[in-house]
Design a protein around this ligand. Sequence first.
Ligand code: BG6
Length: 514
Amino acid sequence: MKEIFPILRDRRPMLCIETAAGPSAVVVFGASGDLTHRKLFPSLYELFSGDLISKQFYLIGCRRSPLSDLQFRRGIQDANGASGSDKWPAQSEAFLERCFYVQGDYRSAELYRLLQDRMAQLDKQFRVDGVRLFYLSVPPKVVEDIAERLAESKLACPAAPGHPQNVRLVIEKPFGRDLKSAIELDRKLHLCFQESQIYRIDHYLGKETVQNILVFRFANSLFEPLWNRNYIDHVQITIAESLGVEHRAGYYDQTGALRDMFQNHMLQMLSLVAMEPPASFAADHVRDEKAKLLRSLAPVSPNPQDMQIVRAQYGPGIINGKPAVGYRQEKGVDPQSFTETFVAARLMVDNWRWKGVPFYLRTGKRLSRKLTEIVVVFKSIPHSLFQDVGIEEMPQNVLRFQIQPQEGTFLSLQAKRPGSKICMSTLEMAVDYQKVFGVEMPEAYQRLLLDCLIGDQTLFTRQDSIIPTWELLQPIIDQWIYNREDIYIYQSGTSKIDPADKLIQKTGHYWNTI
Ligand code: BG6
């Protein structure tokens, strides 16, 4: 395959929309977590130093262990250094002097009293009379407790209907662990917060190429007429990781790939690819269409004979030339664990646009390499003019949105080779975002945090998109609990998972290579 690179010839027609956040206070519960240090604090710092957050700003970190403001600031500084930011020195003092620490037990009323006092004092000091963002980077069980305490303490409650929703709550996935717990979580969150105050964060929706799906589909007239069952043969969505469970065994062993990746990142990407055009780019218009699409997913048979969804777990193998242990040998994992680290499924969308078009989804850890992509395979041409010269079957056109590691959009086409009368090959038109735009892709959390602060919920999952996903997955969860031992073990470092190959081949297709 050969690549053809487009050139961004005219830099004039750049249509950019960016809004900076006004005065804001951010309170992070779970301020010791890996995610907060690697992603959250560096992203807030980038926004602050890039003038995308007002200087009327402060940040409070909150957790159980005792820490001074100074120690907390040092932790942020170290994390930012580790995240590779080169902007750190310039404005670091101004940012750090707005960072504070409050210690306490998330379940005790005392913590919320302390927070109230501290916030009252800091509101005055930094003249913050605007957004209050409570970011809950804590395990799901604790989310409900904190939301309840925030309500009781009146720190967050109530936001009167019809008034600006300045108090916001950010929560991370998993949003429940099954249908019942997801409904219960929602009930508790809504005791105090309205839906318009709740930001369910899914970092995949902040990735540039994922956001680009909407622009690609709805800002070009070329593809939308083809975007249906008449022209599209099937779609593949892959999130492959070479990393294993790393230091998150405690969480992961209770969660597995179905809840960790499939219920959220994968189904969210599917909804962006397959949803109908929204009435406008307004948050609720986009989210209406996503929810509608998720409600159109046909039930998935959990019966292993139907091969509609399969699971697997990594065993020992070789990663980057080095031996890697199997999942059950990882520190913190139950040596008898049947938790899945890989899932593949064939989903069907029961609506006019997509009837009969399979959507193949797969995600797994410890595969041969990191790759996240959406592959849209168009139907074969109806008739080959070139049969006389022996070309009976033409390769299908393939459109790829590559999300990681090299962000871009790629379209394969057949073309004549110069020279002999008829000789064809497949070319790939490549739009490599980094090469074309000449900028580093921003961290997904930057986009998402800024959106929380300015109150744009477009990229956040609404409650009515969560419930259909659990309704879809509940029969599978039940079946997998019942039939625990039926799990395939694959070698770490492989790109071929036998049950996933059988699943896709059953309907006459093949996976795009990882
Ligand atoms: C997280 C999952 O949501 O996404 C992790 O909990 C996974 O298990 C991670 O490794 C992958 O994110 P990314 O951005 O590296 O593809």
